[in-house]
Every structure is written in C-alpha cells, then in structure tokens.
Ligand binder design. Structure first.
Ligand code: ZN
Length: 303
C-alpha cells in the first residue's frame, strides 16, 4: 500500500458544521472550540463565513470570532461570497479566503442565484481584494462528484471551473462532494485527472458522509496521491432536524485512521477527542464521530 508520510487536515467544522445549527452559538463558545482545535495542532481552521446575515444568521458574529482568535501556528481561513465579505474577512485577520463555485449551472442557479459564468465573474473582485492583502484565495468547486439537480457531473464540467479558478489565481482548489454521493473509484479517477492537469495547484478533498462513503473516499484519494483533506470536528454538519443529513468526515476519526496507518497529521488525537466531546455538549445533540465515543486504541482497551 503506497501511503504518503504526512497529510494536512483543514478543519471546516466552525464553518461547515456551525452553519447547520439553527441555534445561534455564542461567540465565546465558537472561540473556545476554535482555540481547542488550534491547541490540538490543527494546521488550518476555516473559522467562519462572511455570508449575508439574512442567508446565514449563524455568522453575524464573523468579525468578532476572527478577531478574538489568535492563530499561532494555525492558518485561519474564512469563506466569502463577494467583495464586501472578502474585505471584511481580510481586515478581521483572515489569512486565507475560501470561495465557492458550483460545477453545474443548475446547482449554481439554485444556490448562488446565477449561472456558473456569472458566478466566476463575481469572483474577480474577491481575488483583487485578496491581492491587496497578499492573502491566498482557495476556490471550492461544489457538487464536483454529483449534483442533486443534474445527477452525474462530467469531468470536463468540473475541470472547466477548476481551470477558471486557477487562471484567476487560486492557490488551491477544493473538490467538494457537497451532497455525499461520491464513491471511491470516482474519487480515484477525479484525483488522478486533477493531478495530471493541475500539478502546480494544491488539491483539497471535501467529502460529506450522507451515504456513509466519506472515509472510503478519503482513503481512495489518499492512495491516489491526495494529501489535503477537509474534515469537521465530531462530524458536525447537515441539518440536525433532517433525518440522515450528514456533515464532513469527523476530524478525530480521520486523524485516528491516518496516524494508526503511520501517516502523520501533526494533530494531538486526545486533545481533539476532548474538543469533540465539548462540542457535543455545546450543540446539545449527539455527534456522528466514532472515535470520540470509543476513544483512541489504548484507552479503548481499558473501557
Ligand atoms: Zn461542505
């Protein structure tokens, strides 16, 4: 089995996870979780989203959260959707911007209220703002493995969007399985095709676990040479009121598997488990993470 020596985990729970919560979390609790992730050694945290307050009231405190957290050795990134959001994020101290375009017109129109080409055009002002702050911009491609409106998404459609993002100056591209339909052989194909075409661009994989395939997809991507993965503490995500909705791969589950295989993450698993358990008590409902329940291997033996 050909495994890399190390990988990078991007924690997206404070953005992708928190956005699924109906109850507005107090700033202090968000900051506590982000600081616990930083203390555990997570190299990058997507800390908040500068979405419109009407669309996502959970993030009305985006500036406060970013300015109150000190990144230390952790890169703090923020999701942005327009120039105003980009400037707010940058002046609050975001070290990296993350922005999103759909791989299909149907999903783009449903989510961004415009087609792909208009959505790409809207990004120009974000890239321009980031250049003024010398901050990198990462482009996420939503529904890159399957679309709830269109079904299958041909590789050519995905890479057309990737190419546009790279030509605008994206330092990295996230291929996101937004609705959790991807399976390992599709992931392998897409990772290989990406690495052949865009070998100078960092590839990040973002898998949702709606159908239980997320960890298998991460493993397939790992064997195909991918080394950067988005995960969410405790697996938080998906609407808690919708049965079977699912978040990203639980960070602690990914770290457990990777470290046990000898793939370094630089993250303290026990600190991560403590943070996931604290997050569970904050949100007030059980989280899908497994390792936060069973514990690391040695502790598990004593249970
Ligand atoms: Zn996501």
């Amino acid at each position: 089995m050909k495994l890399p020596g190390s990988v990078k985990i991007r924690e997206v729970g404070p953005r992708d996870g928190f956005q699924s919560l109906k109850r507005l979390l107090p700033v202090a609790e968000k900051v506590e979780i982000i600081e616990a992730l930083i203390a555990a050694g997570v190299p990058e945290v997507e800390a908040t989203s500068f979405a419109s307050v009407k669309a996502l009231p959970q993030f009305q405190d985006a500036e406060q959260v970013l300015t109150r957290v000190s990144g230390k050795n952790t890169l703090l990134s923020a999701m942005v959707f327009n120039e105003k959001g980009a400037r707010r994020a940058l002046s609050a101290g975001a070290g990296r911007l993350v922005t999103v375009v759909s791989a299909t017109d149907a999903h783009s129109r449903a989510n961004m209220k415009c087609g792909i080409d208009a959505a790409l055009k809207n990004l120009d002002a974000i890239f321009q703002a980031a250049r003024q702050y010398h901050a990198p911009v990462t482009g996420a491609v939503a529904v890159a493995f399957g679309c709830p409106f269109q079904g299958d998404v041909p590789e050519t459609e995905v890479f057309r969007v990737v190419r546009a993002l790279v030509s605008k100056g994206a330092d990295a591209v996230i291929l996101a399985d937004t609705v959790g339909t991807a399976v390992p052989n599709l992931v392998e194909k897409r990772v290989n095709a990406f690495r052949e075409r865009f070998f100078e661009t960092e590839l990040i994989l973002h898998f949702h676990n709606n159908r239980g395939t997320a960890m298998a997809n991460l493993f397939a991507a790992l064997l195909s040479g991918a080394t950067v993965f988005d995960t969410a503490l405790g697996g938080l995500g998906g609407c808690p009121y919708v049965p079977r909705a699912a978040g990203n791969i639980p960070t602690e589950d990914a770290v457990y598997m990777l470290e046990e295989m000898g793939v370094e993450t630089g993250i303290d698993l026990e600190a991560l488990i403590a943070a996931a358990r604290r997050l569970e008590s904050i949100v007030g409902h059980p989280l899908p993470g497994q390792v936060m329940k069973s514990g690391p291997r040695m502790l598990g033996l004593r249970l």
